[in-house]
Unconditional design. Structure first.
Length: 305
């Protein structure tokens, strides 16, 4: 999709703090610092943001307090951003089930947040397919927002998180489930195979994020075996430290453009898709169309040609 001559590129996996760097005070940078990163690219960027460190520590230490705290921080950020550019993602934790269900009602129902996540079972020490998680996923399904589940790219053995993610999708068929950064790390083939089997068995409610677009052989396998309509862009960009923040398109977990193996631009990522054998239609789907449908962004992002 091209809007005013610019590629529309929606990234569902962006971490931006809604509080100060130490987690104690109000945010110590402005939305302008974020918009500067977004507007530096030639593409028309739209971001779906979720909490970042030290939110993980705060939520884990006291989920019942940490969940509302993290969501309030995100709301401030989203409300200050220009319309149609930044959308919120809802923090949840199964150990604070009630607070999580209330958060989904409030933030999806009243504040227009478009996703639940990132659900970090691995680093927060819970299973993604517990009964509490099924309740969270069903509530998200009720409000039409997908649940973004962290699946380890390499840090955990053999795709166990993908098993839990697909198990959650199977147990809550009315929910839409996203396997975060499923494509890019060394577990990519395992993730693709697991998703393929789920689809072949009739599963319909699963989408996979591409994090590392330069891993062309994995992107190619994902497109060929799953179809471009199952893939979305989620690079795991993180606003680290104080501004100026790293450019968009940087490869996780790099922090500076100097160490990135290619220019940090959407044009690079788009080029990798092309080199992976994607058609223009595939690129348009992965960059924007799938996300517009999945996150209900029709009419909320600039109209596309
Ligand atoms: Zn993440």
């Amino acid at each position: 999709m091209i809007v005013d001559g610019r590629r529309l590129w929606i990234d569902s996996h962006i971490h931006v703090r809604g509080w100060s760097e130490d987690g104690q005070g109000p945010r110590d940078f402005s939305v302008d610092d974020i918009m500067r990163v977004m507007d530096a690219d030639a593409a028309r960027l739209v971001w779906i943001t979720s909490y970042s460190f030290p939110g993980i520590r705060a939520i884990n230490a006291d989920p019942a307090k940490g969940v509302p705290w993290a969501n309030e921080g995100q709301l401030g950020l989203v409300q200050e951003a220009p319309a149609g550019r930044i959308f919120g993602s809802i923090a949840v934790h199964p150990a604070a089930l009630n607070e999580s269900l209330v958060a989904i009602e409030l933030y999806a129902g009243e504040h227009g947040f478009v996703q639940v996540g990132e659900v970090l079972g691995y680093s927060m020490g819970f299973e993604l397919d517990s009964q509490a998680m099924v309740k969270i996923a069903r509530k998200a399904g009720e409000f039409g927002v997908p649940v973004q589940c962290h699946v380890s790219t390499a840090g955990q053995q053999d795709g166990e998180q993908m098993r839990q993610t697909i198990s959650l999708a199977r147990m809550a068929p009315e929910a839409q489930i996203i396997a975060a950064h499923a494509i890019g790390g060394r577990n990519s083939y395992t993730h693709i195979t697991a998703a393929q089997v789920y689809f072949e068995m009739g599963g319909r409610n699963l989408w996979l994020e591409i994090r590392d677009f330069n891993t062309r052989e994995w992107v190619r396998a994902a497109v060929e075996r799953l179809g471009a309509e199952r893939l979305i862009a989620g690079t795991d960009w993180i606003a680290r430290g104080q501004p100026p923040f790293p450019p968009y398109g940087i490869l996780f977990p790099h922090e500076s453009a100097d160490e990135n193996p290619y220019p940090c631009t959407v044009a690079s990522l788009e080029g990798f898709l092309r080199e992976s054998g994607c058609s223009e239609q595939d690129i348009s789907r992965i960059a924007a169309e799938n996300s517009i449908a999945l996150f209900g962004l029709e009419g909320r992002v600039p109209a596309a040609l």
